[in-house]
Design a binder for this molecule. Structure first.
Ligand SMILES: NC(=O)c1ccc[n+]([C@@H]2O[C@H](COP(=O)([O-])OP(=O)(O)OC[C@H]3O[C@@H](n4cnc5c(N)ncnc54)[C@H](O)[C@@H]3O)[C@@H](O)[C@H]2O)c1
Length: 310
């Protein structure tokens, strides 16, 4: 993608800043972010002349003005915390759903070519039909998951009603450099790494045999860009399609960091799902393929980044 005008909402956050850093090389970028969890230091070059940062809340800004002359929108701004969404369901729906509908309306008004929406594997909820296919009935269990599932429905409705092009990407457990160790997604990776580096015994909830599908943040960036460039309107899982148990993950991180710290096993957390695994066959529709063989080198890159901040 080059010489395009691009809006990235949530572009100062973990995933959004990786998208911005990649696209800034050849495009004009506008970032909308209110800095609730985002940080300007996530950007490689915040002073780049092709970058404009709008530090506003998506609920308050004039989105028609913001999207005029924009070719592609990557929409990541969200209340991205399940527990917070349970505490504040109305605020969650204002930020995650109502602001998204307003954004879609302004994309239609301004003839935006395509919007790429950051959805979540949480829309599958407790569904046990592994590997999970996009065609499964959503079973959201939290206001956060319900807001993401609702946005997907609105994207389809806007495509049917006004011809707005979209892809909704359902990320599984994203990890990589720049991830907040307090983030609740894939928190297990930053937690294990930071605990070992700080010499603190890592904690595992349950027996550690629960499995997850981890996806590297740079692959998520690729999925976003390829989705924007593809003709596909619909939902795509973004995952490796490989399951890894928390115990296996811990062994890999322990070996990578040359540590002999043993984890402490705590009681299972209420509401935690035992297994999560994506069917990744739809990724071909956005010309994307993730090579899960790269996992260990991706983990090493992540560990090296954590070493620079701890
Ligand atoms: N990280 C994951 O594993 C994962 C998994 C599934 C889905 N997602 C989704 O991907 C997107 C990005 O997630 P992330 O991990 O980078 O989270 P993040 O919290 O780092 O990024 C979200 C960004 O949105 C900004 N933001 C929040 N509320 C806003 C508002 N009202 N107005 C303007 N900006 C606002 C924050 O400041 C932050 O920079 C989110 O939509 C999240 O729901 C993430």
């Amino acid at each position: 993608m080059r010489d395009k005008n691009i809006l990235i909402t949530g572009g100062l956050g973990f995933i959004g800043s990786h998208i911005a850093n990649t696209l800034l090389e050849n495009n004009n970028i506008v970032i909308l972010d209110n800095l609730t969890t985002g940080n300007i230091n996530n950007l490689n070059n915040p002073d780049n002349e092709n970058l404009k940062i709008v530090k506003e809340d998506i609920r308050n800004i004039n989105l028609d003005d913001l999207t005029s002359d924009i070719d592609y929108v990557f929409h990541l701004a969200a209340m991205a915390s399940v527990p917070l969404s349970i505490d504040k369901p109305v605020e969650c729906s204002d930020i995650n759903l109502n602001a998204t509908i307003k954004l879609l309306e302004s994309c239609v008004k301004n003839d935006v070519e395509k919007i790429i929406f950051s959805s979540s594997s949480s829309v599958y909820g407790p569904n046990k039909n592994m590997p999970l296919k996009e065609s499964e009935q959503p079973m959201p269990k939290s206001p956060y998951a319900a807001s993401k599932a609702s946005c997907e429905l609105y994207l389809k409705a806007f495509n049917d009603s006004y011809g707005l092009n979209y892809t909704a990407l359902r990320y599984f457990n994203v990890f990589g450099p720049g991830q907040d160790k307090n983030s609740q997604y894939a928190a297990v990776i930053p937690n294990f790494i930071s605990s070992i580096l700080e010499g603190v015994q890592p904690e595992i909830y349950g027996d550690g045999e629960q499995t997850r599908d981890f996806v590297y943040v740079k692959d998520v960036v690729k999925a976003n860009i390829n989705a924007a460039e593809s003709d596909y309107n619909g939902i795509v899982n973004v995952a490796s399609g490989e399951k890894l148990s928390v115990n296996q993950l811990y062994e890999i991180i322990k070996t990578t960091l040359n540590s002999d710290l043993e984890p402490e096993y705590l009681p299972e957390r209420q509401g935690d799902i035992k297994h999560s695994l994506a069917d990744v066959s739809n990724m071909i529709k956005i010309n994307c393929k993730i090579d899960s063989k790269d996992f260990e080198s991706q983990l090493i890159e992540t560990v090296n980044w954590f070493k620079t901040i701890l």
